[in-house]
Design a protein around this ligand. Sequence first.
Ligand code: URA
Length: 232
Amino acid sequence: MAAKAAKGATDGERPEEAYDATPFLPEAERRTSGNAGLRALREAASGCRGCPLHENATQTVFGTGDAHARVFLVGEQPGDQEDRKGAPFVGPAGRMLDRALDEVGIDPAQTYVTNAVKHFKWAHEEGRGKRRIHKPPTLREMTACGPWLAAELALTEPEVLVVLGATAGKALFGSSFRVTKERGSCTEREVHGRTELVVPTIHPSAILRADDQDEVYGGFLADLRVAARVLE
Ligand code: URA
């Protein structure tokens, strides 16, 4: 799995503008480590204007968890509730994730949870009132936001990277990433001289959308158990 950005739709993009979070990150030589380093990153990310998604979002939703967490979980982007509360996975998908982590024995204190894209992308549903409907991020938006994800990974140096769904996989490994093919596997990757294990699985919201939720949830648990075993 090569580390490059995915191809995707170009929904709502502005071709004339450069999309890139890099100018908003603290300079590499000024970055500190540990939780202080994470706090500094989070604060810098709160002012990110690296792409137009900040314009419609309430706030930047940065990752949460300890800098020394052993497991790093990455989803797609904040949803409606995450946008309002300012924390990742605090809505229905987050409750599904919490339940599954508990069931496979992954301690939340050992996790760092974040998203590939740090702002909620949404539109009003045509003719159906004021509900804000999530829209998937484009390649350019994912690529623009990539430096935040890379900085979070570099700082936390997790043992296990759990990739939640296709968007996170494509943001990390490129457009050839297929969650259906990769899920439940455990692949070593070398990053800056250290080894990290990558365990892809489905996005927890896929369970909420499924006709047979029990079966899809069972598959999610099986994938997460691969990560849990590494931690034993
Ligand atoms: N879906 C995601 O991918 N991330 C969240 O934080 C919430 C829902």
